[in-house]
Design a protein around this ligand. Structure first.
Ligand code: GTP
Ligand code: MG
Length: 567
């Protein structure tokens, strides 16, 4: 059986992997904070929790943190009694951390046991992203001091690094000054320390001697009210420095407290336990917050997809409506239709008197082998225009919808103008589909166009002519209505309808037209699906895994189970 304590690192590593993979591609309101938090938790697992669990007896890592110019580097030098880290008048001075430890402990800190992402260098000049390691014989074993960059830096990388270092600490030595002890950023960090139960000491530095009596109790009160009464408070008065170091009487109390910890294995273990337990306890709440933000991502993705789907459903309906309403038969198509079936008195005379004129119509039409090309071209253009208009409208509606939704604007980026209309391939694809449709209609007419009698009439027009007639029928024949009931696009088209019925027979026209219409609507749906996919792909790319939030919650639940089993 595996000892439960051995499984805790596995559970943490699994959680870390989930955090690193958490999708935050959509600019939702909670995104940035949650992404930051996910990185911070993942870093803390790598930088602190895993190394600490692997070796509970490893020396304490004490991180000296606080505002720029608070005197952190000066304090570290004074504690050590030598200029191990650079103090300076330019703000901020410390850019890359300096870790001072006993020579005996150098092995604990020289590798990647703690802070594995920050390579160690010896000697100054390692630069940002490194930790300068200083091993000294005169530093007692058991406790290392890390001089950190400022927590409220104007330099963003400094701030982030400081946060990462504090999360990696067994013990925070928080340095603030008489002038700045009420600043917001340090207090945010102190509250974090309180929430996580991190072992903490506070140094009130650079206090004008005459102000000590007033300022120190004020800060102690603030700590108390923040639930940090347990933190040790050290006061260091601002005095002239000697060789860059604080006078011995000012630094001695803090030094002896730290040395006491270093020497006392029990006390050290208590500090480790406190910070370790606090960090582990804090994970559930932190990860829950991150998982909620991942849910927010999923909801935002759904909203974007829904907006897209609605726009393109509208486009499909628009096409169907356009096909059924007869509007496609206006203008050029109508003119070509009249040209095709012939114009003249008999057409007008036909109105209302189909049966009487049927035979004349049929003979008139069959007797005129007018080329159907003009009609076909006109139909093609008319259908393409409809498809284009609906696809353009859907693209525009989607873009408008996305602009109003969380993450939508960022997801489009600079492409919004391009997305607002059909894709560049659309016109060609639409033309090809319409041509294919016309071919399919011709095939339909050829293979099963109506009964024998009407097919004979049809074919006397030639397949092209017959196909064109069926296409007109598609647009003239509204669902369920027949013959005289239909008044499509004015009397002239209704007339066209009657001509068709005279030629085909009513039922045959309807059946052919229905099938041809279904085919066209199917092709339109395919074209629109292709257009819609441009939008869906963007969403899919940034929110790939719908179960991410649940997996995060499961990972933190597993951690709880392992911890309870170990307890
Ligand atoms: N006279 C006097 N000067 C001090 C004292 N503490 C710090 N200083 C000076 O204040 C300046 C800033 O001190 P640092 O130790 O560099 O401050 P820091 O907190 O490390 O600053 P960053 O690295 O920028 O975050 C330096 O010029 C120090 O010499 C003190 O107690 N007395
Ligand atoms: Mg410094």
């Amino acid at each position: 059986m595996t000892a439960p304590t051995l499984r805790l690192p596995d559970a943490l590593a699994a959680l870390r992997d989930r955090l690193v993979a958490a999708p935050f591609g959509l600019a939702t309101p909670g995104r940035d904070a949650a992404r930051h938090s996910a990185h911070a938790v993942a870093d803390q697992i790598d930088d602190y929790l895993l190394p600490r669990l692997r070796d509970l007896d490893a020396p304490l890592l004490t991180v000296v943190g606080g505002s720029t110019g608070a005197g952190k580097s000066t304090l570290v030098n004074s504690l050590v009694g030598a200029p191990v880290t650079t103090a300076g008048v330019l703000r901020p001075t410390t850019r890359s951390p300096v870790l001072v430890c006993s020579t005996a402990d150098a092995g604990s800190f020289s590798g990647d046991r703690v802070l594995p992402g920050l390579p160690r260098v010896t000697g100054a000049g390692g630069g940002p992203g490194t930790v300068q390691l200083v091993a000294r014989d005169d530093v007692p074993p058991g406790l290392a001091l890390l001089d950190a960059p400022d927590v409220d830096s104007v330099v963003e990388s400094n701030r982030e690094l400081a946060g990462q270092l504090l999360a990696a600490a067994d013990l925070w030595v928080f340095v603030t000054t008489a002038a700045r002890y009420a600043d917001a950023v340090p207090w945010d960090l102190l509250r974090t320390a309180q929430e996580r139960g991190t072992a903490l000491a506070v140094v009130l530095d650079r206090v004008p001697p005459e102000a000590t009596a007033e300022v120190a109790p004020d800060l102690a009160g603030m700590l108390d009210r923040a639930g940090l009464a347990g933190a040790r408070l050290f006061v260091v008065e601002e005095r002239p420095l000697v060789d860059g170091l604080l006078p011995e009487d000012q630094v001695a109390p803090l030094r002896s407290w730290l040395h006491g910890l270093a020497a006392d294995q029990e006390a050290r273990a208590a500090v480790v336990r406190q910070t370790l337990t606090g960090a582990l306890d804090s994970l559930e709440q932190r990860v829950t917050g991150i998982a909620d933000a991942v849910d927010e991502q999923a909801r935002a993705a759904d909203a974007l997809r829904t907006a897209t789907a609605a726009a393109y459903a509208g486009a499909r309906e628009g096409v169907d409506e356009g096909v059924r309403s007869g509007t496609l038969l206006r203008g050029e198509v109508l003119a070509r239709w009249q040209e095709f079936v012939g114009t003249g008195e008999w057409m007008r005379a036909l109105q209302g008197q189909v049966s009487r004129f049927r035979d004349r119509v049929v003979s008139a039409v069959t007797g005129r082998p007018t080329p159907a090309d003009g009609l076909q071209d006109a139909l093609e253009n008319s259908v393409e225009r409809l498809l284009r208009a609906e696809a353009d409208r859907a693209a525009e509606r989607t873009v408008t919808g996305w602009r109003a939704l969380p993450g939508g604007v960022q997801l489009m980026g600079d492409d919004d103008r391009e997305l607002e209309q059909v894709s560049p391939d659309f016109p060609e694809a639409a033309a090809a589909q319409v041509r294919d449709w016309q071919g399919a209609v011709l095939d339909l007419v050829r293979s099963q166009g109506a009964d024998k009698r009407s097919r004979a009439r049809l074919l006397s027009w030639g397949v092209n002519g017959a196909g064109a007639v069926v296409m007109v029928a598609v647009f003239a024949h509204t669902g369920g209505l027949t013959g005289g009931e239909v008044a499509v696009a004015g009397g002239t088209t209704a007339l066209g309808q009657r001509v068709l019925e005279a030629v085909f027979g009513d039922a045959a026209v309807r059946s052919l037209a229905d099938r041809a219409r279904e085919d066209l609507e199917q092709r339109a749906a395919e074209l629109l699906a292709f257009e819609q996919a441009r939008f869906d792909r963007r969403v899919d790319e940034v929110v790939p895994d719908p179960s991410a939030a649940e997996e995060l919650r499961a990972a933190v639940r597993d951690l709880g189970v392992v911890r309870r089993a170990a307890a």
